[in-house]
Design a binder for this molecule. Structure first.
Ligand code: C2E
Ligand code: MG
Ligand code: MG
Length: 757
């Protein structure tokens, strides 16, 4: 009902009744009372009755109205209170933005959202805008504006907002604009929710999913009943099973059967007790291949602690195991021959020593070294050298039985460990090994003769630990080599002492080379007929800081053994060439300077280049240089020596064979050698002229030399009668203390012949 109309109706009714009351009342009173005074009195009464009724009516109306109003107000306030309570309870923030005034109503929830106490909550739009994350600001404001402009149906956006306690919170806001009749946006109302935790959970989930997909480990998830519910790509790669093969199945389809029921029982016990299990497990791929994997299983429980899933992570161990095995093999074997290497040999020796001690047994270590293997390598190349090493290894192996282990220690060194208490076994094995080398090797179409030297050390007699045993076998080997190669030698204590001093000399000699402790001495060579000094031989000396001048016979063998001879001879060659050049330049009239060349250096190659370099650097003409090569060096490897001598001769230098008479030269070979001189070994001169044998040899050598067109030098002449004897027998030149001892250049200078004028 229209309230205005009702009010009008009531008012009109009142007006009509009041008018009737006034008109009819007055009329009725005039008729009822004849006395005017009485009529007047009743008319007054009638007025008060009218007033009273009107007041009563007014009261009733107002009373009713006020009661209604009261009821409405209280209902309203009840409702508002309920609404506020509801808004405060929800964690979401509610806001209502008046777009015309830019005043905003923020609920208490909203204040909580940004960490503001309610007393600081204002209705300013900037309260919100100023807190937007700089990176999100423009996009967020644009989303709001879009919706205000009617471009989007509703506001729905996510952004970060500054929290009063510091840091930003992720907020999800949704809202809608209220528009006037003309479509104008009047207000926007909405709610905002803090989704920071949800966001980080989502981030974690995304990361976890990426890890799940990308990890190299296989992953498998089952539900609490053990039904496979999820796998990752690596699972398929490792097992060969695709998702459709395994989802819904049980992990037991992967079982290889290699581990028994007890294994799985223990695994489940641990899983049920601790919720985790890790270990190596053998599974079967789809292809049927059985392989090892390292597996980690964890039970997953929900917030109530109920088991929901099992997650298994595993990595394929097969390639690791394979490479471990390969590495292990490589670490213990020589790649060329496949034989045990030094490391494995040591292990085997250790075991043999322990067994010998336990069982009162014994055995031997045989150190084997190929004789002159370097020559093969240098002359035929390393690939031939390698093939020869393999062939030798095979040949050695044929001599061994189950009591023996053959190892290659590197280069041309081998070793055999023999487990037998009888020394005789060791010597017969050594002999067999030596003889096994007798037939030549056919390598790369070439026939190669190869011999070995052996050193034998016995245990427990000679040594009770690995290092000593190996050292002693090496010392014995050294002894075998020194005694002429293709031999075997047993270890004796004296040998060790010798080996030790050898090592000491070697260290000291290295030091000497580095610290210029070497000196060059010169010994004159005279023409026996004219008595004139025609040349000098250069001889090395070691000016030892404590021991004084050390003779080359003490250190040359060591230098040869350890390879220092190369540097030593190169140094001597340089010094000699420079000295000779200097002498010639100052008018000294010498024909030549002689330099000794080690048999080792001689066999190693590169000598020709070294000589050419020394000549070039000093500016000495080649015919002023004479190289002395011992007879034994030449005869040991005749073909190679011959070639080298020819090359040296082509350089223009002179060549002499030193210590002639001691090296069993064959005349056939001697004839072919492109040398200029023979130097009779001083051993034959010492007995001259009285000892018939020496005299005979000396005479024979002179005659031999002359018959081949060579000049002959006699070494070690200490007395004039020796010189006289040699002259009578037509020896050309002489050298010895009688003419002059080896001495430094300064000491010799005054005696050197000079060009006339
Ligand atoms: P060698 O080449 O036969 O040298 C001759 C040796 O006889 C020298 O000994 C010399 O001092 C010694 N001698 C000379 N005249 C007499 C004498 O009248 N009576 C006696 N008893 N001895 C005499 P040294 O200098 O001790 O050299 C020994 C060997 O060392 C040399 O024999 C040579 O083979 C080697 N040698 C010396 N210097 C060098 C060098 O620079 N390089 C190489 N590779 N070997 C060298
Ligand atoms: Mg000499
Ligand atoms: Mg000599």
């Amino acid at each position: 009902m229209n309230p205005r109309l009702s009010a009008l109706r009531i008012s009109l009714l009142y007006l009509v009744l009041a008018a009737l009351w006034m008109l009819l009342g007055d009329h009725w009173l005039h008729m009822a009372f004849s006395e005017p005074a009485q009529t007047l009195r009743w008319m007054t009464t009638k007025k008060f009755v009218f007033l009273g009724v009107s007041a009563l009516l007014l009261f009733l109306l107002l009373h009713q109205q006020f009661r209604r109003q009261q009821a409405t107000l209280s209902a309203l306030s009840d409702r508002e209170e309920r609404l506020n309570r509801a808004l405060n309870v929800v964690e979401d923030g509610v806001w209502d933005w008046d777009l015309r005034t830019h005043r905003v109503y923020y609920s208490q929830g909203y204040a909580n959202l940004i960490g503001l106490p309610s007393e600081r909550l204002s209705d300013d739009f900037l309260l919100w805008e100023n807190r937007l994350h700089p990176e999100d600001r423009s996009a967020t404001l644009a989303a709001y504006q879009e919706h205000i402009d009617g471009l989007s149906e509703r506001l729905d956006c996510v952004y970060r907002i500054l929290h009063s306690h510091g840091g930003y919170r992720w907020i999800h806001s949704r809202g809608r604009v209220e528009r006037g009749a003309d479509g104008e946006a009047l207000r926007m109302t909405g709610i905002s929710r803090d989704i920071t935790r949800q966001r980080s959970n989502e981030d974690h989930l995304r990361q976890a999913a990426a890890v799940f997909e990308a990890t190299q480990e296989g992953l498998l998830v089952t539900d609490s009943r053990g039904i496979i519910v999820h796998i990752n790509p690596s699972f398929s790669r490792i097992t060969g099973y695709q998702a459709e093969d395994v989802l819904g199945a049980q992990p037991s389809i992967l079982k290889s059967g290699r581990q028994g029921a007890a294994f799985y029982r223990r695994m489940w016990e641990s899983l049920l007790r601790d919720d985790v299990w890790s270990g190596e497990i053998w599974n079967r791929r789809k292809s049927g291949e059985v392989y090892p994997q390292w597996q980690h299983i964890r039970a997953v429980r929900n917030e109530q602690g109920e088991l929901t899933h099992y997650v298994a992570v595993f990595s394929d161990l097969s390639s690791l195991k394979r490479s471990q095995h390969e590495l292990d093999f490589l670490a213990h074997h020589d790649p060329l021959t496949g034989l045990p290497n030094r490391l494995l040999l040591r292990e085997r020796i250790e075991q043999a020593l322990a067994r010998a001690e336990r069982e009162q047994g014994g055995g031997a270590l045989l150190s084997i070294d190929l004789d002159h293997f370097k020559h093969i390598n240098d002359s035929l190349g390393h690939s031939t050298g390698d093939l020869l090493i393999k062939a030798v290894a095979e040949r050695l192996q044929t001599c061994l039985d189950e009591r023996c282990t053959l190892a290659r220690l590197g280069g041309d060194e081998f070793a055999v460990i023999l487990e037998s208490p009888r020394q005789q076994h060791a010597s017969s094995l050594a002999q067999r090994l030596l003889e096994a080398m007798d037939p030549p090797f056919e390598v790369n179409g070439q026939t190669i003769y190869m011999s070995v030297s052996l050193g034998v050390s016995l245990f427990p007699e000679d040594a009770r630990n690995v290092d000593h045993l190996m050292q002693h076998a090496d010392a014995a080997l050294f002894q075998a080599k020194a005694s002429g190669r293709s031999l075997y030698a047993f270890y004796t204590p004296e040998l060790t002492a010798r080996a030790r001093s050898h090592v000491q000399v070697e260290a000291a000699l290295r030091h000497a080379l580095d610290h210029n402790e070497l000196r060059i001495y010169f010994q004159p060579v005279h023409d026996l007929l004219s008595g004139r000094m025609i040349g000098v031989e250069s001889l090395v000396r070691w000016q030892h800081p404590q021991r004084g001048l050390v003779s080359p016979s003490e250190f040359i063998p060591v230098a040869e053994e350890c390879g220092l001879i190369t540097a030593l001879d190169a140094w001597m060659l340089d010094q000699a060439c420079r000295q000779m050049r200097a002498w010639l330049d100052t008018g000294i009239a010498l024909d030549y300077i002689a330099v000794n060349v080690s048999s080792r250096l001689f066999g190693r190659g590169g000598l020709e280049q070294r000589v050419a370099l020394a000549l070039e650097q000093s500016g000495l003409e080649p015919h002023h240089l004479e190289l002395e090569i011992t007879e034994s060096a030449v005869m040991q490897n005749f073909d190679q020596a011959l070639e080298l001598l020819c090359q040296l001769r082509l350089l223009g230098v002179h060549l002499a064979i030193d210590d002639f008479g001691t090296g069993y030269s064959s005349l056939m070979r001697l004839k072919r050698m492109p040398v200029h001189k023979l130097k009779i070994d001083q051993g034959f001169i010492a007995g001259l002229p009285d000892e018939a044998e020496d005299a005979a040899i000396a005479c024979a050598v002179i005659a031999l030399g002359q018959s081949m067109g060579l000049r002959v030098v006699a070494e070690g002449i200490e007395r004039p009668d020796q010189a006289a004897f040699l002259l009578t027998h037509a020896c050309d030149f002489g050298q010895g203390y009688w003419y002059g001892k080896p001495q430094p250049a300064e000491a010799l200078l005054a005696k050197l012949p000079r060009n006339p004028g």
